[in-house]
Design a protein. Structure first.
Length: 144
């Protein structure tokens, strides 16, 4: 449960609309999961055409999903007219990204007027089993 109060009561619709405009996420088949104040999940079904040479999802794909989740978690707490822009992130790859699907679960750590810091844990899911494969810390900027 989030402790953040979004300034825009229609934050979820705004996030969903913006996410749908991301051609990169559409191209790789990612979709939004939960959207709550300060928290967004992005889901990516495993696809062989997104893997690297050993059959694991490519690190760039893992990073893209985590980055989008962090960006939209921050975006939920921004004013209605604001846009979001990633300005920095660090990704730790912890295990091979392989499973039925990936979920990037982003949460806002601190929301500021201009800069918001988020964290995303990326898990690979097979059946009911989850494995942490990456974690990201990201800095997002409010663009007005």
């Amino acid at each position: 449960m989030s402790t953040f109060a979004p300034p825009d009561p229609d934050y979820a619709t705004r996030v969903q609309r913006s996410f749908a405009e991301q051609r990169a996420m559409v191209t790789i088949g990612a979709s939004l999961g939960a959207v709550d104040p300060g928290a967004v999940d992005v889901v990516l079904p495993f696809r062989e055409d997104l893997t690297q040479q050993d059959g694991f999802l490519h690190a760039g794909i893992v990073a893209a999903v985590a980055d989008s989740a962090c960006g939209y978690a921050a975006h939920t707490l921004m004013p209605a007219t604001a846009r979001v822009l990633s300005v920095e992130f660090k990704l730790n790859l912890l295990a091979p990204a392989v499973g039925e699907r990936l979920e990037a679960r982003a949460r806002v750590i601190r929301a500021g007027r201009t800069i918001t810091v988020c964290r995303a844990d990326v898990v690979a899911i097979t059946g009911k089993e989850e494995k942490l494969v990456a974690t990201m810390t990201g800095t997002m900027m409010t663009v007005v």
